[in-house]
Design a protein around this ligand. Structure first.
Ligand SMILES: Cc1ncc(COP(=O)(O)O)c(C=O)c1O
Length: 391
């Protein structure tokens, strides 16, 4: 007999892992309207506020008027439009690399790139806290997987020493860890990849647009941009649009274009999205981009310190992703519900997104947050935390 779906849903509920969506109305900005109530938004990845920026909206509208609403096919069928090529040139020049390939999302990029690079007989070394889309890409690849403890490059070195008789080796890491907000030790990973003849891929979904010179990302910040073989990044977070890219050598682009199934077998991104991404890349490199990054940085430092001063366990980090560790699933979800009652929208994060026992409220800060709203939020989070016995 078929396993009952009702029973499975009950199990998810009983484990405290039930998920549902919440609908917001209006534009994404520092505040959003949720079920008719205005909330301070502290869980969006729209870090620079570009999702509501007129330059991106105008670029999208113009692109729809000129090119229509769809690309109509996969890039390899009839779906490569001028805008795809222009966006790839803009990404390559922004990232200072030979070329780039655009993917339909960060998830599609990771599940497309990794199996294109490694397969049976190859080996992947992956940080334990890497994003789920990297985990999915590795599973799809069929390569042998070795996971190393979070950011533990010494353990990684030991694993690479014992590499054995595998064909190609790939080291893959989030650059800014999505649930912890800390940075990967990219210079050490580069040294290891050089010494052990491996490829290095970093996922800069949360660094692109935000850190490095003109927002060029984590590898630029840490001075190793030329040495990372695959810099993957997304347009859907700080860049206020949608989609993803792999910034790579011309040779690697050719391989990805020929082998990435998520690229080959999917309708390509539509003109409105491509045009918004192009406008965002221009904007993040402008003086306005610098100003937004400075505000984001200052807001993040302020909020992180505020939570720490209230007694929350906040993992070390310096980025706009600021987790407050809460413990188990039940208390975490009660925490996020209590914040909603206080008009603060922040998500509780549970397994499998984070390891069991390390549930958290993941706060994300934006350049468009006002300082007095953040101060009020710190007070409210502190009050809820002490009421629930978290601090
Ligand atoms: C580190 C990381 N990689 C990849 C993704 C997936 O990107 P996208 O939302 O564009 O599919 C995310 C986003 O959720 C992420 O945090």
């Amino acid at each position: 007999m078929n396993r009952s779906i009702q029973h499975e849903l009950e199990e998810i509920r009983n484990q405290g892992l039930y998920r549902s969506t919440r609908m917001i109305s209006g534009r994404q900005s520092a505040n959003v309207t949720l079920s008719g109530r205005e909330m301070l938004l502290l869980c969006s990845n729209n870090y620079l506020g570009l999702a509501g920026h007129p330059a991106l909206a105008e670029a999208s509208i113009r692109a729809v008027e000129r090119y229509g609403t769809s690309s109509g096919a996969s890039r390899l069928v009839s779906g490569t439009m001028e805008l795809h090529e222009q966006l790839e040139q803009a990404v390559a020049s922004f990232k200072g690399c030979e070329s780039a390939l655009v993917f339909n999302s960060g998830h599609a990029a990771n599940t497309g790139i990794i199996p294109a690079l490694v397969g049976r007989g190859d080996v992947v070394y992956s940080d334990r806290l890497n994003h789920a889309s990297i985990v999915d890409g590795i599973r799809l690849s069929g390569a042998r997987l070795f996971r190393y403890a979070h950011n533990d490059y010494q353990q990684l070195a030991g694993l690479l020493e014992k590499r054995g008789d595998y064909g190609r080796a790939l080291i893959v890491s989030d650059a800014v860890f999505s649930m912890d907000g800390d940075l990967a030790p990219l210079p050490e990973l580069v040294a290891l990849k050089r010494n052990h003849d491996a490829l290095l891929m970093v996922d800069d979904a949360h660094g692109c647009g935000v850190i490095g010179r003109q927002g060029k990302g984590s590898a630029d910040l840490l001075g190793v941009a030329d040495e990372v073989d695959i810099q993957m990044g997304t347009f859907g977070k700080a860049l206020g649009s949608f989609g993803a890219y792999a910034a790579v050598s011309a040779e690697l682009r050719e391989l990805l274009l020929n082998r990435s199934r998520s690229f080959i077998f999917s309708t390509s991104l539509p003109p409105a999205v491509l045009a918004a991404s192009l406008a965002a890349i221009e904007l993040v490199q402008s003086p306005e981009g610098d100003r937004l990054r400075e505000r984001l940085h200052d807001n993040s430092v302020f909020f992180r310190k505020g939570l720490k001063d209230k007694g929350f366990a906040v993992p070390d980090g310096s980025t706009q992703i600021i987790p407050a560790i809460t413990g188990d699933s039940d208390i975490t979800m009660r925490f996020s519900e209590a914040l909603l009652e206080e008009n603060i929208f922040a998500q509780g994060i549970r397994p499998p997104t984070v390891p069991a026992g390390s549930c958290r409220i993941r706060f994300t800060i934006m350049a468009v947050h006002r300082r007095d709203d953040l101060q009020k939020a710190i007070e409210t989070v502190g009050m809820v935390g002490s009421r629930l016995g978290v601090v």
